[in-house]
Design a protein around this ligand. Structure first.
Ligand SMILES: Nc1ncnc2c1ncn2[C@@H]1O[C@H](COP(=O)(O)OP(=O)(O)OP(=O)(O)O)[C@@H](O)[C@H]1O
Ligand SMILES: [Mg+2]
Length: 345
């Protein structure tokens, strides 16, 4: 996978020397130093700080992005929500300038990120983060801080990322969740204006996840802008001002968390029945069915027509329950609806 670091090694000989000298073989993105960085006040006068227009990207016959438009507003937390393979990381990599679209345009702080002139204002935690195992946590932070013109003091980064207790430990000896926190620390240490967090909480336990959520909220309260990708509607709901739902390379929904939830909220029907799984699946309006012990669990948008059909097709139907779908089921329903629609077209 290409990285900002790799690309800048080609474009920024000084940086490349500094990096190779310290044997950084990072899959993580950090910024390179540039001469001028507008102040936070200037930043907040800029309405949209990252924009993508009509982005298209294919890998062979896989369409990773299909006519995607996106507008990140200063000071917001925008969540990109979508299942595996939806195109989230591809979109983030284009905004970072580490991948080029086949068509369309990207602008970050008014410039093409591929030119690299605004990299010092960006921080990123990419999904597949890798940094040298032997360096200690604080050495990583010192190194990455040195790429930025006005980094956070080390103590502050350690505190925000929850690394104070492990700052003298080599990265390679850390647990998966601790490594995630180091990568988060590296992403924020340069005090960037725009932060890309690609599934930052994967692998974290519940407490660590909540802690990172709180830290992300603190960054937003300090005027930073965050683009976060996640699979989890509850994570987007907990953090985001706005959510974009991406599925199969297309944006299929956009709105505030409550708008997305209300669009996604379906119902769950539970019952025991003499019908087969296939017969239940064929009932119009049934999005998905699974067998749970001797009962079926159906995801639907509207319960009444499906219940009517079930009762008509199976006079022995019993143990009927209708509940609101949980957040995860709701998200599934949203993407499955889109899949069904795209098959019809
Ligand atoms: N370098 C690449 N070469 C080939 N195919 C790629 C490459 N990068 C992405 N893809 C494909 O593009 C599609 C979108 O991938 P992407 O990584 O953007 O998804 P994602 O939404 O980030 O998924 P996940 O939630 O699993 O991280 C996938 O089908 C993936 O296999
Ligand atoms: Mg991804």
């Amino acid at each position: 996978m290409a990285t900002v670091l790799e690309r800048n090694q080609a474009q920024e000989p000084k940086m490349s020397a500094a990096i190779s000298a310290r044997q950084v073989e990072s899959q993580k993105v950090s910024a390179v130093m540039v001469a001028t960085t507008p102040s936070a006040t200037q930043l907040h006068r800029t309405a949209g700080i990252a924009t993508a227009r009509n982005l298209k990207k294919s890998y062979g016959n896989i369409i990773a992005l299909n006519s995607v438009d996106l507008h990140v507003r200063a000071g917001e937390l925008l969540a990109l929500l979508g299942p595996n393979g939806a195109g989230k990381t591809t979109l983030v990599r284009m905004l970072l300038g580490v991948a080029r679209p086949d068509a369309g345009s990207v602008s970050v702080f008014g410039a093409d990120p591929y030119d690299g002139h605004m990299q010092a204002r960006l921080g990123a935690m990419l999904q597949v983060g890798r940094v040298p195992e032997t360096l200690k946590v604080r050495e990583h932070l010192d190194l990455f801080s040195s790429y930025y013109p006005a980094p956070l003091p080390l103590a502050e980064t350690l505190q925000i990322a929850g690394l104070a207790d492990i700052k003298d430990r080599p990265y390679g000896e850390l647990s998966g969740g601790q490594k995630q926190r180091v990568l988060f620390g590296i992403a924020i240490c340069g005090n960037p204006d725009l932060l890309f967090l690609d599934e930052p909480t994967v692998g974290l336990d519940v407490e660590a996840r909540r802690l990172m959520w709180a830290q992300i909220r603190t960054l937003i309260s300090r005027g930073k802008t965050v683009l976060l990708t996640t699979h989890y509607l509850n994570e987007a709901d907990a953090l985001a001002d706005r959510i974009l739902v991406l599925n199969k390379g297309r944006i299929i929904a956009e709105g505030t968390p409550s708008e997305i939830k209300s669009r996604a909220m379906g119902k769950q029907i539970r019952c025991t029945s003499r019908l087969t799984m296939e017969e239940v699946q064929q009932i119009p309006g049934v999005l998905s069915v699974k067998a749970d012990r001797n009962a079926f669990e159906l995801q639907v948008n509207a319960a009444e027509p499906v219940v009517r059909e079930l009762l008509q097709r199976d006079p022995w139907l019993a143990d009927l329950e209708v509940t609101n779908a949980g957040l995860e089921e709701a998200f599934l329903a949203l993407t499955q609806n889109h899949n069904a629609e795209s098959k019809e077209n």
